[in-house]
Design a protein around this ligand. Structure first.
Ligand SMILES: [Zn+2]
Length: 120
């Protein structure tokens, strides 16, 4: 978890944030190494991520409100969670067979035209 108590940098210096890679351990990275994604409707879905400079692994961790506040105060860019991520999904899961059937259907222009005319 990043340490939001890390002192703010003096003006002109990039903010540095203490964080931890599960493989490489603790390190300090500049604020522009992080991406913070905030979910306004469900704070439990907010997260931050960074690419570890030692192992190149993408590290993603849940961001509590305290972490969101600390990171954004240190200049970490903040993105909102896309609305698609909050959509409710019902019905059966799309399978590889479904995709193959769709691919075959789309390869036949007459079938596509028939489907479009019957849909209207
Ligand atoms: Zn690492």
């Amino acid at each position: 978890m990043p340490d939001p108590t890390t002192p703010a940098p003096r003006s002109g210096e990039p903010a540095r944030i203490t964080c931890s890679c599960p493989v490489c351990g603790a390190m300090t990275l500049p604020a522009d190494s992080f991406d913070l994604v905030v979910c306004a409707s469900d704070a439990g879905r907010s997260f931050y991520q960074f690419t570890c400079p030692k192992c190149s692994g993408l590290v993603t961790k849940q961001a509590s409100e305290r972490v969101v506040t600390g990171l954004s105060a240190r200049g970490v860019r903040v993105a909102s969670l896309p609305m698609e991520a909050l959509e409710e999904h019902a019905g059966p899961v799309l399978t590889m067979d479904d995709l193959l059937d769709l691919s075959i259907a789309l390869s036949n222009p007459d079938a596509v035209a028939a489907a479009l005319s019957s849909a209207g």
